[in-house]
Design a binder for this molecule. Structure first.
Ligand SMILES: [Fe+2]
Ligand SMILES: [Fe+2]
Length: 202
């Protein structure tokens, strides 16, 4: 795929006056229902949304902030299935049309700096980038284990990360880059995912 078509070529997203604006969970799921047929992609977004909410809670953010972090995770790949060539463009425009908080839109715009050309700056940006690939990777690992997440250890995940043939589409480079930018070790990120991801779909 030509990554050039994904470049956003801008660094400003949404309107400052929309700060704090969100859409309801119902509205967000309606949007996903309209745009996404692939159940695995829905699972991925729900998992990342859950991790984002839990992480926001773990650093003591308010319930409103936790919900904003959740929305960024839940919607970050909403346009991927329908518009893969210009992934990220459509969801950003949609959320701008719906007057959503610019911080949420920015976080979505920066979840793949190599693709979209937008640097993760805020904690929300950095954690979305940090959880995205790793969440999918740990989930892929759970699917090949007899008891999925039960008894999963950080070292087991690390071993799979070193095995380049396992979940080969997951970029190890992005995982390392995101961890460095977030200032959180890959081990600690994996620990967080193992501890929280099992409850993501409840
Ligand atoms: Fe994405
Ligand atoms: Fe994703």
């Amino acid at each position: 795929m030509d990554f050039e078509s994904m470049k956003l070529n801008r660094t400003e997203f949404g309107q400052a006056s929309n700060q704090g604006n969100v859409i309801s969970e119902e509205e967000a799921f309606e949007l996903l229902q309209d745009w996404v047929k692939n159940e695995k992609l829905i699972v991925h977004m729900r998992q990342v949304g859950h991790l984002m909410r839990e992480y926001a809670a773990s650093i003591g953010l308010s319930e409103e902030d936790q919900y904003r972090w959740f929305l960024a995770g839940l919607l970050h790949d909403a346009d991927w299935e329908k518009w893969p060539e210009t992934h990220c463009h459509k969801i950003i425009e949609e959320l701008e049309d719906r007057s959503v908080d610019p911080e949420i839109i920015r976080a979505i715009a920066s979840h793949g700096p190599r693709y979209f050309g937008v640097e993760p700056v805020t904690p929300m940006d950095k954690m979305l980038y940090a959880f995205d690939e790793l969440s999918g990777f740990v989930h892929a690992y759970s699917l090949m284990r007899p008891n999925d997440y039960e008894g999963m250890e950080v070292k087991g995940v690390k071993k799979r990360l070193k095995d380049k043939t396992f979940a080969a589409q997951v970029s190890r480079e992005d995982i390392a880059d995101a961890s460095a930018r977030a200032g959180i070790s890959v081990e600690d990120l994996i620990r967080f995912v193992i501890d929280h991801q099992p409850n993501a779909l409840n």
